[in-house]
Design a protein around this ligand. Structure first.
Ligand SMILES: [Ca+2]
Ligand SMILES: [Ca+2]
Length: 469
């Protein structure tokens, strides 16, 4: 009898040691989010002068998804989709609104951080990952905080016209990088990468720039000559072939209208500040990537870099986000690390809700049942591998964009449609929705439109706010 117990114990010890060793072999994940970064980065080619050497280097050593899109083109709902792996049409948040933990549809859905934690990972998070902190029932999702501080703001407006929202200001401020929250976060992350973890880690790092206000120290402005900055192409007649719909979307937001930006005479200066902020955040990413490179985790860490949505700087005569056009929905998405061979950029569609199933697959975790995205592992193996599913983006209830490899279809709640052929119209100037030649393409894409979209969920205080409007 004692003999048998001894053998059983021996097997148990061996098994524990073996599974522990396997856990140690599991790759770590460094999950980097950037707030409001559009395609103005070298590796995306969205602006010919954007200087982003660190992100460009990451793109070269991994997979650059050039046709990746957010689920909702606004912070909180996009991030709730990334962290849950659930589409907006299921969780019901289509605008800047409820926190993750307030959405009834996500009541039993673990954040990707919680899922990794429950499967043997140590979780760390800092900066802006969810729109708010991991609050309420999410508080235990993160084992170790990397901090979430705020950058200082000047006491008086620096550049904005006085009748604009306070958030829409920009300029060279503060004096030194070290005062910036993003730099502090980058250094905290670098310090954490020197720690000796006894389990694999899932480290979430969320940078704030280039979200407005666009304040960064002077040296980042000095990278660009304001007078020589290329402004986006913007034909005056571009909107003539569109139904009204989102043309008045600024009415809902604090961003200035294109007419206001032009009237202020500050378009160039504002564009300069966005580019300066992009280069600044690239530097922050560089601090983190350099720290990873010189750490003991360099060889066994997957690096994922993404932005929560795009950003207009005048394209389609719009500023900021919330539209269903390319400039709002398209995001940088880079994945690099063990097992991912550098290769050509991937032009197949990808959605940010694909990150959850992609990372669980890459790390050998079981696929969670609630996930609605599609793993990107086939495109990590071969960037040319065709994919059936388009990327779907929703903005405000009832409006959806379907983005395939070559096309974008937008259908608004009132039935108005737009169709763009990205093979020869990357700026989406020519709406082909009413062109009979493209009827079958339009019908094919329409099959992907969400059929039973969840009604928009609003918290009690949001409902009250709407009534008072
Ligand atoms: Ca954002
Ligand atoms: Ca047009």
């Amino acid at each position: 009898m004692i003999h048998r117990i001894f053998i059983a114990l021996f097997i148990l010890c061996f098994w524990i040691e073996e599974s522990y060793a396997q856990d140690l072999k599991k790759p770590n994940v460094l999950f980097i989010a950037i707030d409001d970064l559009n395609d103005w980065a070298g590796f995306m080619g969205g602006h010919p002068q954007a200087l982003t050497p660190h992100m460009d280097a990451l793109a070269k050593r991994g997979r650059n998804f050039l046709n990746a899109h957010c689920a909702v083109p606004v912070c909180s709902a996009s991030r709730a989709s990334v962290m849950s792996g659930v589409a907006a049409t299921t969780h019901g948040s289509y605008e800047l609104g409820p926190r993750y933990e307030q959405l009834p549809a996500l009541k039993d859905v673990p954040t990707i951080q919680r899922y990794f934690k429950d499967h043997g990972y140590t979780t760390l998070s800092g900066g802006k990952m969810l729109h708010h902190n991991f609050n309420g029932r999410l508080a235990g999702d993160i084992d170790q905080s990397l901090g979430r501080s705020r950058s200082p703001r000047p006491k008086k407006p620096l550049s904005r016209p006085t009748n604009w929202s306070g958030a829409w200001d920009w300029g060279a401020y503060p004096k030194a990088d070290v005062e910036m929250a993003d730099i502090q976060l980058a250094h905290n992350t670098a310090t954490a990468l020197k720690e000796d973890f006894d389990k694999p880690f899932f480290m979430s790092v969320g940078f704030f720039r280039p979200h407005v206000p666009l304040f960064v120290p002077l040296k980042w402005f000095e990278l660009y000559d304001a007078d020589k900055i290329t402004l986006p192409k913007n034909p005056k007649s571009d909107l003539d072939d569109l139904a009204k719909n989102f043309l008045s979307i600024n009415d809902y937001a604090v961003a200035p209208t294109h007419a206001e930006v032009l009237a202020s005479g500050k378009q160039r200066s504002l564009t300069h500040a966005y580019l300066a902020s992009v280069s600044f955040v690239d530097h922050c990413v560089g601090i983190v990537l350099d720290a990873l490179k010189s750490s003991s985790y360099a060889e066994n860490t997957l690096v994922v870099l993404w932005s929560d949505h795009g950003f207009h700087l005048g394209e389609k005569q719009h500023w900021a986000k919330r539209t269903l056009w390319e400039e709002s929905t398209r995001v940088p998405l880079l994945i690099a690390g063990p097992g991912i061979q550098p290769d050509a950029p991937c032009k197949e569609p990808a959605s940010l809700i694909d990150l959850y199933p992609t990372l669980t697959e890459l790390c050998g975790l079981p696929r969670a049942k609630h996930l609605e995205g599609v793993s990107l592992v086939p495109q990590l193996r071969n960037p040319k591998k065709a994919r059936r599913q388009p990327a779907i983006t929703s903005s405000y209830f009832g409006n959806h964009a379907i983005r395939s490899r070559d096309w974008r279809l937008i259908v608004y709640e009132d039935g108005a449609k737009e169709l763009y052929d990205h093979r020869n119209d990357p700026d989406e100037f020519r709406n082909l929705a009413n062109n009979p030649v493209h009827k079958s393409t339009l019908e094919k894409l329409s099959k992907w439109l969400p059929k039973n979209a969840a009604p928009e969920f609003k918290t009690k205080s949001e409902r009250t706010r709407v009534r008072r409007k």
